[in-house]
Design a protein around this ligand. Structure first.
Ligand code: HEC
Ligand code: HEC
Ligand code: HEC
Ligand code: HEC
Length: 415
């Protein structure tokens, strides 16, 4: 429904003489335009209310201004430039978009914000005029927001620097007893680090290493290792590989045929440090590491079998975990957003909001609202679903720094 209303205009824009791309007639009073359109179509066309904002004349805008000065100015500023945290700029915003949002507040679609009560008393005509007024104003100048660009891989590399001494610069261990961290799914890495942090998995050393790391840092670290080139551990592996291979048959269902697991909950074993593998199996058997499945799997294995299995898996070629891709940079994201929101966030679709020059704090909040579904819109839900908090900060900073371009409305001359 929402989507239909917004996409219908595209048809209008392609119809010559009615609306030219991004430039709409505003100087003509609605009845005049309606009469002009009647000649072009067989039936009397009805202009949707949101598009009527584009045909507002100077008298309408004057009425909108009086309304804005009495009701909206305390929060949005009489000039539509907000000085209040959480309150968006309205100056220069696309008029049909403003109108649609005012209707969304009235119907409760945008939830219990201060806007709901404010617009409850306004009739349709008032909504049209006040939208046209704010759209007619010069947009707010861009602001230099002081937000550091977050880059999960760089952040992960920085957070993983203290780990290199034991786990290798890129997660390929050189030291017997210290596991490699490459070739492991980020989900498994995060789970195991959290288990150390909570003390559920016992290693005083590792608990100390991750004790002060936030969940975000753990995610970044896991992503950093998952994106490194996998290579077998550079530590020695004594044992009979062929005997290990024969004993590995029951393990393949979970850890993969050659120790490359396709299930993020089951760690890959291929190329792992042999000493670590053996220590882990012994720990499962003796209860130092608690996992009922693995306890059962290693119960009947003696130390020679464990050594042989370790030698076999250590000699297998590790592979990059499946479905882990480098996250998009802020610029790459913005290109995708600009497809709907216009070049640098200067929307040329009057039903879609301009983002350029909007307040950073407001953009950050609404993107989280879309992601959390407190603000409902199918397209924005899909777009925001995969955004991390860091992506949202980056995008909010990016758009708040762009120069907002006012839309100029010109009248289409009559034939
Ligand atoms: C009490 C303060 C307050 C008053 C008065 C107020 N607003 Fe708002 N307005 C807000 C806040 C806060 C938001 C952001 C709410 C949200 O996140 O949904 C907002 C959001 C909006 C939006 C959505 C903008 C966007 O980019 O999606 C529009 C449109 C709007 N207001 C128009 C108006 C108009 C027109 C008036 C006067 C008739 C008005 N507001 C009066 C506080 C106010
Ligand atoms: C002083 C050496 C040392 C340092 C430094 C160190 N680790 Fe470890 N790490 C170990 C040892 C030893 C183990 C195996 C512990 C066990 O038996 O559970 C381990 C295990 C792990 C595991 C589990 C691997 C698996 O396959 O389950 C992860 C993940 C890990 N470390 C991440 C890190 C991170 C991240 C850092 C840096 C913040 C770090 N380690 C720093 C020695 C170290
Ligand atoms: C039913 C599924 C299943 C089977 C079969 C299985 N494992 Fe596991 N294995 C797991 C799970 C789950 C874990 C992670 C447990 C944890 O969090 O400690 C694991 C962990 C391990 C680890 C620790 C890896 C690390 O990076 O810390 C080793 C070593 C291991 N398994 C070896 C084996 C061997 C050898 C066999 C066959 C004899 C085997 N497993 C069979 C499910 C299985
Ligand atoms: C397929 C088209 C489409 C794409 C792509 C898209 N958007 Fe949107 N966006 C919309 C629509 C439609 C709305 C208005 C939804 C509503 O009514 O709440 C919107 C609204 C917004 C708003 C609210 C603006 C305001 O003033 O309240 C923000 C912020 C936003 N989008 C940011 C983004 C960002 C960032 C991206 C890229 C990650 C993006 N959008 C990609 C269609 C799109």
């Amino acid at each position: 429904m929402e989507k239909d209303r917004r996409s219908r205009l595209r048809i209008g824009r392609r119809t010559p003489g009615v609306l030219t791309a991004g430039i709409c007639s505003i100087l003509l009073a609605a009845p005049v335009v309606a009469a002009g359109l009647a000649g072009a179509a067989a039936q009397t066309p009805k202009i949707a209310d949101d598009l009527r904002t584009l045909y507002a004349n100077s008298a309408d805008i004057g009425e909108g201004k009086r309304l804005a000065q009495t009701i909206c100015a305390p929060c949005h500023g009489a000039d539509g430039v907000s000085r209040k945290e959480g309150v968006p700029h309205l100056a220069g915003q696309r008029a049909p978009y403003l109108y649609l949002e005012l209707r969304a507040y009235q119907s409760g679609l945008r939830g219990a914000t201060p806007m709901r009560n404010t617009v409850a008393v306004l009739n349709n005509d008032a909504l049209i005029k006040v939208s046209a007024y704010f759209a007619s104003l010069d947009p707010a100048p861009p602001v230099a927001v002081d937000v550091a660009v977050s880059d999960p891989i760089k952040d992960g590399a920085a957070a993983a620097a203290p780990c290199a001494g034991c786990h290798g610069d890129t997660g390929v261990t050189k030291t017997a007893g210290f596991p490699s961290l490459v070739g492991l799914d980020p989900k498994y890495l995060v789970t195991s680090m959290k288990m150390y942090r909570s003390g559920q998995r016992k290693s005083d050393l590792m608990t100390a290493m991750v004790a002060n790391l936030t969940d975000a840092a753990l995610n970044d670290i896991a992503l950093f290792y998952a994106l490194q080139k996998p290579a077998p551990a550079e530590s020695p592996a004594a044992g009979d590989r062929a005997a290990g291979q024969a004993a590995a048959t029951p393990c393949a269902g979970c850890h993969g045929d050659t120790g490359v697991s396709s299930n993020p909950d089951m760690p890959s074993l291929a190329g792992q440090d042999a000493t670590y593998l053996a220590t882990a199996m012994l720990a499962y058997r003796q209860g130092g590491r608690v996992d009922e499945t693995m306890k059962g799997m290693v119960a009947a294995l003696d130390e020679t079998a464990i050594k042989n299995l370790s030698a076999y898996y250590a000699a297998q070629e590790p592979k990059a975990p499946a479905n882990v891709r480098k996250p998009l940079s802020a610029e790459e994201w913005a290109q995708r957003c600009d497809r709907c929101h216009g070049v640098n966030g200067n929307s040329t679709d009057p039903r879609l909001p301009a983002l350029a020059g909007q307040r950073f704090d407001y953009l950050e909040t609404v993107l989280k609202d879309y992601r959390g579904r407190t603000r409902k819109n199918a397209q924005m839900a899909a777009m925001s679903d995969v955004l991390s908090d860091g992506d949202i900060r980056n995008l909010a900073a990016h758009y708040s720094r762009q120069k907002a371009k006012a839309v100029m409305f010109i009248a289409i001359p009559s034939k």
